[in-house]
Design a protein around this ligand. Structure first.
Ligand code: PA5
Length: 448
């Protein structure tokens, strides 16, 4: 069964335990609504039982496509944005050797990300890098019309066809999109690309365990079955019939809502492992897009410690007391590195000689935790034994389930994102997109 441990003891010094326990009834009502499928956004609950429902045939199809892509190329560009990109990047960077892309003896293709910005330099530099490389593209877009991704894909498609030839390009492009509608689906069908479907009832930020995440993760060389197994075990551990006291997702959801109601409007997700940087980015989207609406919601932010203790540490320790922190802690690093002794000892660090780097990191973690709780920053502590596919699967489902519960406790629809459209509408009006004539007129008037 599961590996995640949740320690809430350092919350209670700042916010009384009774305030968390008082939300038990609300958490129970929220999880019931989620499982009954009768709450807001209930047409987007496909993620709820997703891990336990992925079939052997589905795994095998993804693995076969990944094997084929790996046999053809040295570089794979994953083109997507938001929920169509962050989950894959979180898992791949969480599992990868940080410097693999610089190693000549690497076994895996180099994964590059695009379609998540509109940086002209970024795209021009990417195309320049790839112009003499063997590369493939996984283009991921549920709507198939997202501007950032579509622009990047237009450029990458042209380059792969030019450098590899139209026929080979068909094998070097995989599309992950809606089963029937959207421009990308039409294009993929016309061109004969291998296509994977994003289920209708799974929204972008909950889609990492669909082909959206699984295809890039398998291409990168990681075990998607172990990832999903971790999530499936967490699905059982956080099921409707698991009582509040033992249900990790209910506990986390109730605690963060208690903190919010007691003035903690910002939650920072903290890691002490640089490999988790994109896990934090994934988490920020999950909670930000799910909860930030109707004038409500905890602002989800992220920091990498100890790096950011030297930049954001001051604010967290002594700034406005509206912050809580959730630490994702990895008990055991995968590699071993011992600190050497030095004959001169000019840096006075010989007292650490013979200790592992991680021992210092753990004391930085504990020291920070004590300092922050002393400073009025409540601490939720989530730990996993190590960073591997199984444990990342556990973390993903744990946070997804808690997000659904927490969103209902907050009283919002956690499965829509109407606010994301506002910038798109203005951008299209400013770019004079056909069909936006009225909006263009209006926005030009405003800018006079
Ligand atoms: O969570 C979401 O729904 C969004 O982040 C989308 O995933 C993102 O906007 C990309 O959309 P699409 O997959 O349609 O290109």
């Amino acid at each position: 069964m599961g590996n995640i441990k949740l320690d809430l003891s350092r919350v209670y010094g700042v916010v009384d335990k009774s305030k968390v326990e008082a939300l038990k009834g609300e958490a129970e009502a929220a999880i019931k609504t989620l499982h009954a499928g009768n709450g807001a956004g209930n047409d987007f609950l496909g993620w709820l039982n997703l891990p336990s429902s992925i079939t052997d045939a589905q795994f095998a199809e993804i693995e076969a496509a990944a094997k084929d892509m790996r046999s053809r190329v040295d570089y794979v560009v994953v083109a997507g944005i938001g929920g169509s990109y962050l989950g894959a990047r979180a898992v791949i960077e969480g599992l990868s050797d940080t410097f693999d892309y610089l190693r000549k003896d690497r076994k895996n293709p180099i994964i590059i990300y695009a379609g998540h910005n509109i940086g002209e330099d970024y795209l021009a530099e990417l195309l320049d890098l790839l112009k003499d490389k063997k590369f493939g593209v996984v283009v991921i877009s549920k709507s198939g019309t997202t501007t950032e991704t579509a622009i990047a894909f237009r450029l990458l498609k042209e380059l792969v066809e030019k450098t590899a030839g139209k026929e080979e390009a068909k094998h070097r492009i995989i599309a992950v999109t809606d089963k029937a509608k959207g421009a990308l689906k039409t294009l993929a069908t016309n061109e004969g690309y291998k296509t994977f479907v994003i289920p209708d009832n799974v929204g972008g930020r909950f889609s990492v365990l669909t082909p959206v995440g699984l295809v890039p993760i398998a291409i990168a060389g990681y075990d998607i079955r172990a990832l999903v197994k971790g999530a499936a075990d967490m699905e059982k551990e956080t099921a409707l019939d698991v009582p509040f006291e033992k249900n990790l997702s209910m506990q986390y959801a109730a605690t963060r809502n208690a903190l919010y109601r007691n003035g903690k409007a910002i939650e920072i997700l903290v890691n002490y492992q640089p490999k988790l940087h994109y896990f934090t980015e994934w988490w920020k989207q999950l909670y930000g897009e799910s909860e930030g609406k109707d004038g409500k919601g905890i602002f989800p932010a992220g920091v990498d410690f100890s790096t950011d203790l030297h930049s954001m540490g001051q604010w967290i320790q002594e700034g406005e007391r509206i912050i809580s922190e959730t630490v994702v802690s990895v008990e055991n690093p995968a590699k071993k590195q011992v600190i050497p002794s030095d004959a001169d000892n000019l840096d006075a660090l010989n007292f650490l000689a013979g200790k592992r780097v991680d021992q210092v990191n753990k004391m930085a973690e504990l020291g920070t935790l004590i300092a922050h709780t002393d400073g009025g920053v409540p601490n939720i502590h989530v730990s996993v034994p190590q960073l591997d596919e199984y444990n990342l699967g556990q973390l993903i489902y744990f946070f997804e389930k808690a997000c659904g519960i927490s969103g209902y406790m907050l009283g919002v629809n956690p499965f829509n994102q109407p606010g994301v459209e506002a910038y798109k509408k203005n951008m299209f009006a400013l770019l004079e997109k056909p069909g936006y004539e009225e909006a263009t007129k209006a926005i030009k008037e405003r800018l006079k």
